[in-house]
Every structure is written in structure tokens, then in C-alpha cells.
Ligand binder design. Structure first.
Ligand code: 9WN
Length: 461
């Protein structure tokens, strides 16, 4: 039942309406007055950092004020050093509904830099927020009645975004390599991707010192689709080490953390976000020195990604900071150069060939032409386990966006059509089995609703 290409206009409209209504329904006004969108109503009841940015991009097509509030609420959790935490906790969630929560992070107890008004985690997620801010501001500027509000919003949010980017470019890249270091696989957003298997295998957990913890996620999702218990022990151990060091990145420079990886996907998104920040800076009439700084971050990021390029892989490889070794794994992160954009023709050709090869979209066993998180050709590929094979609509959106920027619109349209068809059949699932199309994880994932709105390019009420 092909939906998108042949469907009557009304079916696209219906899907858009469902995405819009669902996204609004996932929103809450918390008892601390913040208005934000839960990443998923049951499985992820807090405000997640990169989810929220994508959600705001979707919301900007629905209601500009809601989109503005979404990002304000997230930035209310910004730390004194500029870091934007991976979760701003929802004060109205009962203890134990999601873990780790405030009882684990204890941000204020461990760091004087943590915000006073809201509870947050202490790690970060991919820095896609300036893209959301730019989207919101552009939408506002495109209409006479919201232009002044949009300009004021740009002036309000730009300095916060700049501080966030300065944190990433300095604290997370003390070497100035152009590639950001993550200290936890949760920071990548692709939590248990096989990219992290090597570095994770070197994390030695001391069971006697490990905090005791519960797995509420298993109440809402099938255990065989979620990270394993061993993975969870390592997640907690890494987070505990960072926390106990006062969430200080000085430990990075000393090589004193159990996990430290140069993440090419995170770094590529940072390049794209810096391009948005630069445009935002101009709208906010920022000083010339800041514009020059942002331009240097962009150039340095592209240089870092060029160094991470591996000819055999036809893509970029992460690097384990602790061993200096590149992480040779076939995942969606290989497309970091495509995502960062402005590739020289030979590399663009190689990335497009890889995307259409048997390693990804050309694999004969795929149920539909959507990009899996891990190549079916990668040993250990698992079509149902978190980030080890399933396809995520939001990452497919990142890819289609990059393809359009690279001038490969027909391929973008193919992926978009297949994604929308799957969503219209199964709802706004978190991820799906790429070999069967079966929806998995949360069934009401807010960033899937946002991706749908962005793909449909509609949203007015
Ligand atoms: C841990 C909210 C988040 C996403 C991540 C995804 C998952 C959390 C978890 O859900 O991570 O941060 O409990 O598994 O991996 O990308 O931001 O949707």
C-alpha cells in the first residue's frame, strides 16, 4: 500500500495532523513552569537534549511559541561552563520511573557549575541545537507579525548557544583536533552502537564500588531490544567515574577517564550546527571576533573529519583516545563527512556509493530503503537490538537532509518516501527492524513525530 508518492493529498495531510497532534500531546508544563516535550511519554519522560532540538524543529512548523519555549526550557539546564546536559529532568516524574535520575546525577552536589533551578544530568549529547534555533528564527523572520519576536529571540538565545559551542570546541577538544571527545557512549546518542564495543570492552567495572541501580526501561520495552545488563553496568560505571571527578573535563586531558572517544558523527553535527550558529550570529549582530571564531570551528571540524577519513571504509572512523586506534566498524557514523557537508567530489562520490552499496541501502535483505544504524554486513549486526542494527527515522532525517544539501535530492526522496510509508503504517515508533519493518522501542517517540513534520514540510494548524 504505497503511501507517499501515489497517495492522495489528504493522506499526507492526515499523517501531518497525527504528527502535530501527537507532538503537542507529548508536551507538558512542569511544576517548575517549564514547557517542554517528553522524548517519549513512558520510556523517556524527561527532556532530552538532542531530541528536544529536533522536536523544536518540528514544532516550529506547528506553533512558533511552543518551539521557542522548548529550547528555552532546555537551555534553563545549561551549566556555568556552557555545557548543555543530555537530560533536563522533569520534576514531576516519580523516582524510579526512569533511571538514572536526579538520585544518581546529583549535579549540584558534585559540581558548582550545575544550574540551581533545575535538576540535570552532567554528560552531553550531540550539539544540534543551533540548527533548531536557526530554524525557529528563520520561520519567525519569514512573517511580518513574528519578525520582531524572532529577532529578539535570536539575540536572547545566540549567546547561550555560543557558550555551548565554546564548551564543545574547548573542553571536549583540548587538542584542537576538530573532533569532539565523548566521555560516555550515552553522549553519542547511539548508546550501544558496535562502534563502542572495543572501548567498552576495556572498561573494567569494580562491582563492589558500582552504584546499585534499577532498569525501569525494561518495563516499557522488550529486554532483547534494549542494551544488555553488562552494557548497563559499564554505562553506570563510566557515568559514576565522571560524576565522582566533579564532572570535570580536566580528567580528559590527563587520560584519567575509563572511556574517551573522538566521535565523528557528533563532530559532523557540530560542523553543521556551527554553520547555523554563524547565520544566527549575523542575525543577532554579534561582534566580528565571534563570527571569526565560529568560522575557525567550522574549518577545524572539516579538517578533523578529513583526517578521520578512511579510504577503505569510504567514510570517517571514530578514534579511541585512550589507545589512539581508529574504530573500524560499519555503522551510520561512516556518513559523518556527508553530514558535515561541502565534500570534495571524489569523497562525495565514495559516500554516495557506500550508502547505496550492499553495506547499507543496497542490501538485498532490507524490508525497505531506509538506512539501518549498523550495516547488515557488520559482524554482530542485530536487527532488533538497540543501535546495533535497527533503523531510526530521526537519523534517516539527518541523512536525507545531508543528501539534499549535497545535491542528491532524488536519493533523499527515496529514503523519505520509504520512511513516511513505514510511519503511516506503524505510527511514530522509535526504531524498527530493517529486515522486517517491524516497529520497536517506544511507540510514541516525539522526534519521529518531528521528523515526519519536517519530511512532510507542512504543519500549519
Ligand atoms: C539514554 C531519548 C534518548 C535518545 C538517545 C537514545 C536513548 C537513553 C536511554 O533515548 O537514550 O540517554 O535510556 O536509552 O539512545 O539517542 O536521546 O530518546
Amino acid at each position: 500500500m504505497p503511501l507517499v508518492s501515489t497517495a492522495p493529498h489528504s493522506r499526507r495531510t492526515l499523517l501531518g495532523q497525527q504528527a502535530r497532534d501527537g507532538l503537542i500531546a507529548n508536551g507538558v508544563v512542569a511544576s517548575d513552569g517549564r514547557r517542554f516535550t517528553k522524548a517519549a511519554p513512558k520510556l523517556y519522560p524527561h527532556q532530552w537534549s538532542w531530541d528536544s532540538a529536533f522536536i523544536a524543529m518540528g514544532l516550529s512548523r506547528v506553533d512558533l511559541n511552543l518551539a521557542m519555549a522548548e529550547m528555552r526550557s532546555l537551555f534553563a539546564g545549561q551549566w556555568g561552563d556552557g555545557r548543555l546536559p543530555h537530560i533536563v529532568l522533569n520534576p514531576d516524574v516519580a523516582p524510579g520511573q526512569y533511571a538514572p535520575g536526579a538520585e544518581f546525577w546529583q549535579a549540584r552536589r558534585f559540581s558548582p557549575l550545575a544550574p540551581r533551578q533545575v535538576e540535570t544530568s552532567g554528560i552531553v549529547q550531540p550539539p544540534v541545537h543551533a540548527m533548531a534555533l536557526e530554524t525557529i528564527v528563520r520561520k519567525g523572520l519569514s512573517r511580518k507579525d513574528t519578525a520582531a519576536q524572532a529577532r529578539a529571540y535570536a539575540r536572547e538565545m545566540y549567546p547561550k548557544a555560543l557558550a555551548w559551542h565554546r564548551y564543545v570546541a574547548t573542553a571536549r577538544d583540548p587538542e584542537g583536533s576538530g573532533l569532539a571527545t565523548i566521555v560516555h557512549s550515552w553522549e553519542s546518542g547511539l548508546d550501544n552502537s558496535p562502534r563502542w564495543d572495543g572501548p567498552l570492552s576495556r572498561v573494567k567495572v569494580d562491582g563492589r564500588r558500582l552504584v546499585r541501580y534499577e532498569r525501569p526501561d525494561l518495563k516499557h520495552a522488550d529486554a532483547s531490544h534494549r542494551p544488555s545488563q553488562l552494557d548497563y553496568d559499564r554505562y553506570y560505571w563510566k557515568a559514576q567515574a565522571y560524576r565522582d571527578g566533579g564532572y570535570s573535563d580536566a580528567a580528559l586531558a590527563r587520560g584519567a577517564l575509563p572511556f574517551a572517544v573522538k566521535d565523528v558523527l557528533f563532530s559532523a553535527l557540530f560542523v553543521r550546527a556551527n554553520e547555523s550558529l554563524l547565520r544566527l550570529a549575523k542575525i543577532a549582530r554579534a561582534p566580528a571576533a565571534e563570527l571569526a571564531q565560529i568560522q575557525r570551528w567550522i574549518a577545524n571540524g572539516r579538517r578533523g573529519l578529513a583526517r578521520a577519513w578512511d579510504a577503505e571504509a569510504s567514510g570517517a572512523l571514530d578514534v579511541d583516545v585512550l589507545t589512539g586506534e581508529p574504530l573500524r566498524v560499519k555503522t551510520i557514523a561512516l556518513f559523518a563527512p556527508l553530514i558535515a557537508g561541502r565534500l570534495p567530489p571524489d569523497k562525495l562520490k565514495a559516500q554516495l556509493a557506500l550508502l547505496q552499496s550492499r553495506d547499507f541501502l543496497g542490501h538485498p535483505d532490507l524490508a525497505q530503503k531506509v538506512v539501518p544504524s549498523t550495516s547488515p554486513e557488520q559482524p554482530g549486526f542485530d536487527p532488533t537490538r538497540y543501535w546495533r542494527g535497527p533503523s531510526w527515522p530521526i537519523l534517516n532525517h539527518v541523512i536525507t537532509d545531508a543528501l539534499r544539501q549535497a545535491g542528491a535530492a532524488p536519493l533523499a526522496r527515496q529514503i523519505e518516501r520509504a520512511s513516511l510509508e513505514q510511519i503511516s503504517r506503524h505510527g511514530f515508533f522509535e526504531y524498527s527492524n530493517p529486515l522486517t519493518g517491524e516497529p520497536l522501542g517506544s511507540r510514541v517517540q516525539a522526534w519521529t513525530q518531528a521528523a515526519t513534520l519536517m519530511w512532510l514540510g507542512q504543519g500549519k494548524r
